[in-house]
Ligand binder design. Structure first.
Ligand code: MLT
Length: 203
């Protein structure tokens, strides 16, 4: 059973996929989705991995959010699952998936970018708060009309500056329009980056 929230919203507006962080759920980013995209339809889906009661979009092999601990088999399997669920639920609720945007924070942002880079899904706009490169994507799939808003803080204890550079390099290969916002508060989702995201959306 998939845990999700669907808000119907105004069907003439682009639908939004909402993906939570590690330990969050489908409710976590609903206020953010409503703030950034008022009246838009949205679909918020909970990751189906639960590790000691902590929800995620793919498994870890050990403690700590390091590349060695990311279970890449699970990542691929869960990315396929999530793609199918987005398509299934999107069709069921008649969402215009060709216009789908995504908001993701941390684990959810990582999953959204992985889906995009691997060509599983083509999002129009991606708001990726505190995302990181999970694994090298040799040849990211071209998505030259996509727009990506990425946030990072130099004092982030999870995402290093080197990792941000690796992720940016992958994204630049896709020719998407990338904007990186430098936040100040580690891995936290802060008011300043939400304001910056609003400005970016208003451009
Ligand atoms: C997280 O906090 O979840 C990290 O960004 C890494 C991950 O995707 O596991």
């Amino acid at each position: 059973m998939t845990n999700y929230i669907l808000k119907e919203g105004d069907s003439s507006l682009a639908p939004i996929l909402v993906l939570h962080s590690t330990g969050g759920d489908e409710h976590q980013l609903v206020p953010l989705a409503e703030e950034l995209f008022p009246n838009h339809p949205f679909l918020s889906i909970r990751g189906r991995i639960s590790e000691q009661g902590i929800n995620r979009y793919f498994k870890l092999k050990g403690p700590g959010f390091t590349k060695e601990n990311f279970d890449l088999v699970s990542l691929e399997k869960e990315a396929q699952w999530l793609t199918k669920e987005v398509e299934r639920l999107g069709q069921h609720y008649q969402l215009n998936l060709s216009k789908l945007n995504v908001i993701g924070y941390s684990n959810g942002a990582n999953m959204a970018l992985y889906m995009q880079l691997k060509g599983l899904f083509k999002f129009e706009k991606i708001l990726a708060f505190h995302a990181m490169q999970l694994t090298e994507v040799g040849r990211p799939v071209l998505s030259d009309e996509s727009k990506v808003f990425l946030t990072h803080a130099d004092n982030d204890p999870i995402v290093s500056r080197e990792n941000l550079e690796e992720l940016s390099t992958d994204l630049e290969k896709t020719k998407c329009q990338l904007e990186i916002f430098k936040a100040k508060f580690g891995h936290q989702l802060s008011d300043e980056e939400i304001s910056a995201a609003k400005k970016w959306l208003a451009k």
